[in-house]
Design a protein around this ligand. Structure first.
Ligand SMILES: Nc1ncnc2c1ncn2[C@@H]1O[C@H](COP(=O)(O)OP(=O)(O)OP(=O)(O)O)[C@@H](O)[C@H]1O
Length: 234
């Protein structure tokens, strides 16, 4: 891996008597694309909450570009260049697609992408004037990805970006992330194995709060233990 941009060490989270995460080590390199998968209740969202500072872990630390961000809070971490896209799109429904991107770009450096470039990148240029509230579900997700990209992040974290999408929309989302690959680091928490297969990237498998495996998706997919606890059930 190139130099780690994000490094989580020995992350543990307890909710009362439940160990939601136990001793998770994880690193994402500069401009690397990485996926986190695992069955329901594996601890994926809890881990993402730790990475974005919305949850302070009971144990362990998170470093971003060499600085501790453990439990720092979403806003302060965002200011360092970490963008998070939540599972449910939060766009401004009564503004047009183009206006949503304009709003997201406010205050960003002049070197950041123009609204036109963002529209083309997320392939919403043909619906630029449409109200965001009238977009199809997949298009709303892409708009929110565009809004997250607008700030010029160093790291983009995506929580189940293909939730509720059709197979075609899922594939288009994978293609979008592959277009962005190499520009900044991306971490996607995902349920949809077809999507992760299309990305073919470094993958962390969580199971019952522990790291089950990590490595390139092709190796993960071929791993018998992973197949038994997760992939084989799908
Ligand atoms: N705020 C909380 N309080 C108590 N228990 C929690 C809390 N958040 C999560 N948990 C528990 O921690 C465990 C991990 O949950 P988490 O939501 O992180 O899993 P997940 O892998 O994201 O699951 P899913 O794929 O269903 O979203 C589960 O047993 C869950 O019930």
């Amino acid at each position: 891996m190139s130099q780690a941009l994000l490094k989580a060490s020995g992350i543990g989270v307890r909710f009362g008597g439940l160990k939601a995460l136990d001793g998770i080590d994880y690193a994402v390199g500069e401009r690397e694309l990485s996926c986190i998968i695992g069955p329901n209740g594996a601890g994926k969202s809890t881990f993402l909450n730790v990475l974005t500072g919305t949850l302070r872990p009971s144990q362990g630390s998170v470093l971003f570009a060499g600085t501790s961000i453990t439990g720092l809070g979403l806003n302060r971490i965002a200011r360092l260049g970490v963008a998070r896209k939540f599972q449910i799109p939060s766009v401004f429904p009564s503004l047009s697609v183009e206006e949503n991107l304009d709003v997201a770009r406010w205050g960003t450096a002049s070197a950041a992408r123009s609204t036109k470039e963002l529209l083309e990148l997320v392939q919403l240029d043909r619906v630029a004037g449409k109200l965001a509230g009238e977009l199809a579900h997949g298009q709303k997700q892409w708009l929110e990805i565009g809004m997250a990209i607008a700030i010029g992040p160093k790291l983009l974290l995506l929580d189940e970006p293909t939730a509720g999408m059709t197979p075609q929309e899922t594939l288009a989302t994978a293609e979008l992330l592959l277009r962005l690959k190499g520009e900044f680091s991306i971490v996607a928490v995902e349920h949809d194995i077809r999507f992760v297969r299309a990305l073919d990237c470094e993958t962390l498998v969580l199971h019952q709060g522990r790291k089950l495996r990590s490595g390139p998706f092709r190796e993960i997919e071929a791993d018998e233990t992973v197949r038994n606890v997760y992939l084989g059930r799908r």
